[in-house]
Design a protein around this ligand. Structure first.
Ligand SMILES: [Cu+2]
Length: 122
């Protein structure tokens, strides 16, 4: 996928109410997939979408992109995720939350100055 296609896809996902992108990893195991983007709105940095929903016990792929000109962190404490995403970088993180709960994701580099979000696992 080229960059324009990826952006068009992300915008479509945002407009569609942040529905998960479910792709087929194999015929028996669908993989939940989300694009999460760090961008700026006014003076704030935000991760968007700020809320996603996943199924417990199933693997999920988070495609994380930092559109900013500075590095940002992406952490989910309960799932052992702690990444630094360089400017204009895209990383893929695979998680498999086993328990139904709300998991917070946030930027560990900028704290409250960078709005994170939540992953609702049902
Ligand atoms: Cu940040």
């Amino acid at each position: 996928m080229d960059r324009k296609t990826v952006y068009a896809f992300m915008i479509a996902v945002l407009i569609a109410g942040c529905a998960p992108l479910v792709s087929k990893e194999s015929k028996s195991e669908p993989v939940q997939e989300y694009y999460i983007v760090s961008t700026g709105i006014a003076a704030l940095n935000v991760w968007l979408p700020s809320s996603i929903v996943l199924d417990a016990g199933k693997q999920a792929r988070l495609i994380i992109e930092n559109q900013a000109n500075t590095s940002h962190g992406f952490s989910i404490d309960e799932l052992g995720v702690r990444e630094v995403i360089q400017p204009k970088e895209m990383k893929t993180i695979t998680i498999k939350p086993e328990k139904a709960a709300i998991y917070r994701f946030y930027c560990h580099l900028h704290g409250m100055k960078h709005l994170g979000g939540s992953i609702m696992v049902q």
